[in-house]
Ligand binder design. Structure first.
Ligand SMILES: [Zn+2]
Length: 434
């Protein structure tokens, strides 16, 4: 179903995009002094594209990255709240190609004409996911329930009870919230077969929680994708969570050592760099997507020859305490030990007060009194899982480790994407929200 290109054909397709890119003012300047790549090594010598490049050089601020006039196109926002959002444009034909591959990924998950699919993605604000998912559902011939994630959650649950969907599609943040509420209200969804998520990764703890709360047969990623580059990975039935096939006919994907830019061999993790093979109107050439991944060795049992990779997380989703990098995964597994009493939707807040740090974990909970009762044990579990917290308190550079229960749904969500903010590091200048 997915095109499977040989290594030579993939590079040739990427070089064809590079040729178009050179016709734009932005890339003409950027690629000065670089000849047309003739092999993978000379391809890797081309400069990478950063999020800042996209922010500075895209429509409506600039047309420097465009190879054609802004006509027969749609504008989409690719993350960030108002003021820091990046916008990109693509032609309707290009959007159709994006939708075709997304639909192929949906079909691989077994979604077809007999399904009733609840589209619970966020619509509006130039965000492409809701309409993109509409296109994918339509292409597989399923019955579309365009409910959206914008309306009050009580209304979402009411529509889902009324129409009894076989599949629900949304963000992990939204599913954790829906599962919290469904358990609180003792609600069940008898025909629900698939919970399909996109936009973020879902931790194994969150998946277990969603299975408990919503009771689907399957929980699967709709794909690994971004608004800028489209689908970058799809799952077959043999793909464990976090594993994807590379759609070689749609995307040129590299995993490189972030220090020297060399290609990482299978089994070695590095930064993911993508070149979309469908976008000619605004070429996306060697884009540093901000994720870390690892190619896997050998073929997949499904018979698809497109290589597989594992997504290892966001570059930069860790935070630092006393020189040590702490992964958000540690927070997830500590919260999971108190499943049912606190939600997995939680935010770490780090604040510097007079040279000393305060660590706060704000965690959503259905019953705030019950969550407050469990807070001391959660605090202890965190200090056990993160020795730097205990050491920091002993040495006096951390003055407090506070657990703060807050009502379900009350933690900040990105106004455009609906994703929960997981880290609020008040010690440093805030990164552009994803
Ligand atoms: Zn496979």
């Amino acid at each position: 179903m997915f095109e499977q290109l040989s290594a030579d054909a993939r590079l040739a397709a990427a070089v064809a995009i590079e040729r178009v890119a050179r016709t734009t003012p932005f890339y003409a300047e950027r690629l000065k002094g670089h000849g047309e790549p003739s092999d993978e090594a000379s391809w890797r010598a081309l400069p990478v594209l950063t999020r800042q490049d996209l922010f500075d050089n895209t429509y409506p601020r600039s047309t420097a990255m465009l190879s054609r006039a802004v006509e027969r196109m749609m504008v989409i926002s690719t993350g960030g709240s108002t003021g820091v959002a990046r916008y990109t444009v693509l032609t309707y034909d290009e959007f159709d190609r994006f939708s075709d591959v997304q639909a192929a990924a949906l079909a691989l998950l077994g979604v077809g004409p007999s399904d009733r699919v609840a589209n619970l993605f966020i619509a509006g604000s130039l965000w492409p996911s809701f309409i993109g998912v509409h296109e994918a559902i339509r292409r597989v011939g399923a019955v579309h329930l365009p409910i959206s994630g914008n309306i009050p959650v009580e209304s979402i649950l009411r529509f889902c009870r009324e129409f009894d969907p076989t599949a629900m599609l949304s963000l992990p943040t939204a599913f954790v919230f829906l599962a919290d509420l469904a358990m609180k209200e003792n609600m069940t969804f008898p025909s629900l077969r698939l919970v399909g998520y996109g936009g973020e990764q879902m931790s194994s703890e969150a998946e277990a929680h969603v299975r408990r709360g919503l009771g689907p047969q399957d929980v699967a990623a709709l794909g690994y994708s971004s608004g800028d580059a489209g689908l970058m990975g799809y799952q077959c039935r043999h793909c464990a969570p976090g594993l994807y096939h590379w759609p070689t006919g749609f995307q040129y994907l590299e995993i490189v050592d972030p220090v020297n830019g060399e290609a990482c061999p299978p089994g070695t993790s590095g930064e993911i760099i993508v070149t979309n093979l469908a976008r000619l109107s605004m070429p996306i050439l060697r884009y540093r997507i901000g994720d870390v991944g690892t190619f896997l060795e050998g073929p997949c049992a499904c018979g698809d020859s497109n290589p597989r990779f594992r997504l290892d997380g966001r570059a930069g989703e860790d935070f630092k305490i006393g020189g040590a990098f702490i992964s958000m995964k540690v927070i997830d597994s500590s919260l999971a030990r108190f499943a049912g009493r606190v939600s997995l939707n939680a935010m770490v807040e780090l604040e510097d007060i007079g040279g000393q740090m305060v660590f706060r974990l704000k965690v959503e909970a259905a019953d705030l009194d019950d969550a407050a009762a469990v807070a001391p044990a959660l605090r202890e579990a965190l200090c056990e899982a993160i020795p730097e917290l205990a050491v920091g308190q002993k040495l006096g550079f951390i003055t407090a480790v506070d657990i703060i229960p807050v009502p379900l749904g009350s933690l900040p969500r990105n106004p455009i994407t609906g994703k929960a903010k997981r880290l609020n590091d008040l010690r440093i200048r805030q990164e552009e929200p994803k």
